[in-house]
Design a protein around this ligand. Structure first.
Ligand code: HH2
Length: 297
């Protein structure tokens, strides 16, 4: 008989994150010149540190640091270039009292980032590279297995699924099983439906609406809807930085449907949205006496 999944508690280096208590906010630090919403904003390790310190103050629980854009159509960069962009900043960020996740699909980059102080791997290719699997197993760090169809360069060319929710669920579970067979512990695995990665707006809406079907796998679920272009299918052609309210709606729904980690650019705003969604969902029915003490509107 399979053992029940443990209560989600993430061990990231010296940090412990109790994912079952409340939704956790992962702040995005892009060290890229070409990210879709904030490329070129962080120019050096000092400004990366300032951005990270601000996010920490705003209530981030994890920082996700990436040096290669994965926006639709993005071209891959070399290992050397990714390390050059990433490591000086990451070494500084590792001084902050917050777990650092490295957003990469290259095992050489992930290994160097773990040496420099990262405590978690976020791999948009879902640990496809066997060397990444071996690294994750050996270093015993939490890993985000994200769902993607194809590669960033081509993923938005007419993506097709039968039933997108059951397909993504099935493929994520297969990736989780592969990781466990390679020695990654079950309690280290986080699953992510990969909003915007080889999906039409309708696919993304369905995945958010039916997120419970992923949450009921027992693995903690991470969702990254932040400022993404699927929101413009409803809101019209807004630039990414004006998609904050749309993002808040997606975050609220994701939390209500069981997401444990929310990956966002706007930490302060999304922490509030996530907190309120979580509080409403877990409200305790007050006793009569407590009711009498209730403040009026
Ligand atoms: N989205 C992006 C990058 N990494 N990782 C996970 N696990 N889930 C996501 O949804 C996800 C991700 C894309 O967002 P961003 O980093 O802001 O853009 P870019 O890839 O252009 O740097």
């Amino acid at each position: 008989m399979r053992s029940p999944l443990p209560k989600p508690m993430l061990h990231c280096g010296p940090f412990r994150l109790k994912l079952s208590l409340r939704p956790h906010i992962m702040g995005i630090i892009n060290l890229t010149p070409d990210s879709f919403s904030d490329g070129g904003l962080i120019k050096n390790p000092v400004s990366a540190f300032q951005r990270a310190a601000t996010m920490l103050k705003q209530g981030a629980d994890i920082l996700d640091v990436g040096a290669e854009s994965t926006r639709p159509g993005a071209l891959p960069i070399s290992v050397a270039e990714e390390k050059r962009r990433l490591l000086p900043a990451l070494k500084r960020l590792a001084r902050l009292p917050i777990p650092i996740s490295v957003d990469t699909s290259k095992p050489e980059v992930a290994a160097a980032a773990l040496e420099a102080g990262a405590g978690m791997i976020n791999d948009i290719t879902g640990l496809k590279d066997p060397a990444m699997l071996r690294l994750a197993a050996r270093r015993r760090v939490p890993v985000v297995i994200m769902h993607m169809r194809g590669a960033p360069r081509s993923m938005q060319r007419a993506p097709r699924y039968g039933n997108v929710v059951s397909k993504v669920r099935h493929e994520l579970l297969a990736a989780a099983r592969r990781a466990q067979s390679a020695g990654v512990k079950r309690e280290k695995i986080i699953l992510d439906p990969g909003i915007g990665f080889g999906k039409t707006p309708v696919h993304n809406f369905l995945l958010l609406r039916e997120l419970r079907q992923l949450a009921n796998t027992g693995y903690p679920i991470l969702v990254g809807p932040s400022r993404k272009s699927f929101l413009t299918a409803i809101l019209g052609p807004l630039p990414p930085r004006e998609r904050i309210w749309g993002t808040a709606a997606a975050v609220t729904l994701a939390v209500a449907h069981g997401a444990r980690i929310i990956r966002v650019h706007d930490v302060s705003e999304m922490r509030m949205a996530a907190q309120v969604a979580h509080a409403i969902q877990h409200v305790k029915i007050p006793s009569r006496r407590e009711n009498a003490k209730c403040p009026r509107k």
